[in-house]
Ligand binder design. Structure first.
Ligand code: DAH
Length: 333
């Protein structure tokens, strides 16, 4: 019997199983009622105790080998299936797209370009002069607290710009009026992150300097922009405000309402969401940039791109723009 078992062992080793049909034939030969294993086990019952000791182990080894043979074929089916699917599966439908903030920024830029503005830019790491001092914010001025600043450790004179108003200073210092520019970019503030605020966000700065520029010109421009961007039935509000670099200063709000809890939270219960600050460029700022305030006047404004994107898309939490969650981003394809 031992010889017989070894011959079967050899047979199993030499058998190749490469199809479901091979499995069927193999199972029939070894595992069926009339199959090899069954007949070996029934004969095993009848042999002497001494012989059982010799043979028992080998029959079990043969049975294990048969089982392993089938298992390895099933496994190869699973892994082959994956490989084949991986290679032929159509590519995912999400092919990447512009981030919603990039899109909104682009749309705003286009509107201002159509109104005669050109795009300018400045560095994200700024010095104290361009971010604060030239904008009428001397050291220890209390208004510096309005914008919690990230300083660059190696040199406290350098900081991450807290607003794109720094680009105004650079632009006016290097160019003569008439100036009609917008400056989009990232800004940084050491603020607690919430649904309304983040430590990184985007602004678009606007600046117009020429002879006889008036507050009415600015208000007109901003209303035209808001109507082009949000549609003619948008509700707008102009409020007096304070900025050290403009005099007089104002803020513009867009009406969102308070229907949902998120709207209520976002607008602090008023229904209005502030989207920009603006005003007539302070004569001191013009002088700091070597522009004669007796000859020229100008207006400036700075808008928050995330706020505008929230209004446009109905996004109720600003943090979503920074999390790069594909299921959120796919909505803006
Ligand atoms: N820099 C201001 C801020 O970040 C926004 C701003 C207000 C910009 C008035 C301006 C302006 O140009 O005139 O809050």
């Amino acid at each position: 019997m031992l010889k017989e078992i070894r011959a079967y062992y050899q047979e199993v080793v030499e058998t190749t199983i490469s199809s479901k049909n091979d499995v069927f034939v193999f199972k029939k030969r070894f595992f069926s009622k009339q199959g090899v294993l069954n007949s070996l086990f029934s004969r095993f019952k009848k042999i002497s105790k001494e012989e059982k000791k010799l043979v028992g182990k080998d029959i079990n080894l043969l049975k294990d080998l048969c089982q392993k043979k089938i298992n390895s074929f099933s496994l190869s089916l699973v892994s082959n299936k994956n490989t084949v699917e991986d290679l032929t599966r159509p590519s995912p439908t999400f092919t990447g797209s512009k981030h919603p903030i990039t899109k909104i920024s682009g749309q705003i830029n286009e509107i201002f370009k159509s109104l005669g503005f050109y795009v300018s830019s400045g560095p994200e790491i700024e010095d104290d002069w361009h971010n604060f001092e030239a904008l009428n914010l001397p050291k220890n001025h209390p208004a510096r607290d309005m914008q919690d600043t990230f300083f660059v450790n190696v040199n406290p004179d350098f900081l991450l710009r807290t607003h794109t108003s720094s680009v105004q200073v650079r632009h006016m210092s290097g160019n003569k009026p008439p100036i009609r520019t917008i400056s989009p970019g990232r800004v940084f503030r050491n603020e607690a992150v919430s649904s309304r605020a983040h430590c990184i966000f985007h602004q678009i700065e606007g600046l117009y300097v020429d002879k006889n520029v008036s507050f009415t010109d600015m208000k007109n421009l901003l209303f035209v922009f808001a109507k082009k961007f949000f549609g003619n039935d948008v509700s707008l509000r102009f409020r007096p405000s304070y900025f050290p670099f403009t005099e007089p200063s104002a803020e513009m709000d867009v009406f969102l309402g308070t229907q949902t809890e998120a709207d209520y939270r976002l607008t602090k219960g008023s229904g209005w969401l502030e989207i920009l600050g603006c005003g007539m460029v302070d004569p001191n700022v013009l002088s700091n940039c070597n522009i004669n305030p007796k000859t020229y006047s100008g207006y400036a404004f700075g808008m928050g791109v995330e706020r505008i994107a929230m209004l446009k898309y109905g996004v109720k939490d600003l943090r979503l723009f920074f999390e790069n969650d594909l299921s959120f981003l796919k909505q803006f394809n």
